[in-house]
Design a binder for this molecule. Structure first.
Ligand SMILES: [Zn+2]
Length: 227
């Protein structure tokens, strides 16, 4: 058990809402609160069929492909469709958000360049090019990610001053600053993920659960989260 052990299990195995149906993970369909195309939040959606897709997640800290059901919805405001299901599965991305988190963390916390930073356990999850793309997207939304993670932690342990808790151990590795001419965004990203990974130990919630709640916060504010 190396790096991956602290990431534990993906949302599907952690949250207790999912059951196997015809070999794929399903949950009770929930009408979306907002359209991801026109951002209408009137809640006018018609169920529009469902389908399954593959996603790579972590089970007992091991990379595992699973099939999940997605519910498709027709937005009556814009006439386009969107799908939902597990909140850690993103459109067109073959890895769940926990795997993306693990990939980003291996790079940010490790001392290697992007071509050597993918740990062996995640070899099948991404190529260096994919990781570079994740990193670019993650850096672009690092402030939104940080804000959402902070909100979840503050809400959970109020009035405990979180910044004090994290005062120690929140200095990014020196190698990170060395790898960038301007490392501000990489450091913000490192710090948000560090808070998530330290936070879960203090809160005894797994990273995937904390992340799902943070994503929900970001969605409510109509901002992106993680990538
Ligand atoms: Zn719409």
């Amino acid at each position: 058990m190396g790096l991956l052990s602290s990431f534990r299990d993906g949302f599907i195995s952690t949250c207790g809402k999912y059951f196997l149906h015809q070999g794929a993970y399903a949950s009770v369909p929930e009408r979306p609160s907002m359209c991801d195309k026109c951002h209408s939040d009137f809640g006018c959606f018609h169920a529009h069929g469902r389908y399954t897709r593959w996603v790579k997640t972590l089970k007992g800290a091991v990379l595992t492909p699973v099939r999940v059901w997605r519910q498709r919805w027709l937005c009556l405001c814009c006439g386009r469709t969107m799908s939902n299901g597990t909140p850690d599965v993103l459109p067109y991305i073959p890895n769940c958000t926990l795997v993306i988190l693990a990939l980003l963390w291996s790079y940010l916390e490790g001392e290697k360049g992007i071509y050597k930073s993918i740990p062996q356990e995640l070899d099948e999850a991404a190529t260096p090019r994919t990781l570079a793309r994740y990193l670019k997207r993650a850096k672009a939304v690092c402030l939104e990610t940080q804000q959402a993670i902070r909100e979840v932690l503050i809400e959970t342990r109020e009035p405990r001053p979180w910044d004090e808790c994290f005062h120690q151990g929140l200095s990014p590795p020196e190698s990170l600053t060395k790898r960038y001419r301007n490392s501000t965004k990489a450091i913000t990203l490192w710090r948000s993920l560090a808070i998530l990974l330290i936070g879960y130990k203090t809160l005894s919630a797994t990273p995937s659960l904390l992340m799902a709640r943070a994503r929900q916060k970001a969605e409510q504010r109509k901002t992106r989260f993680l990538i």
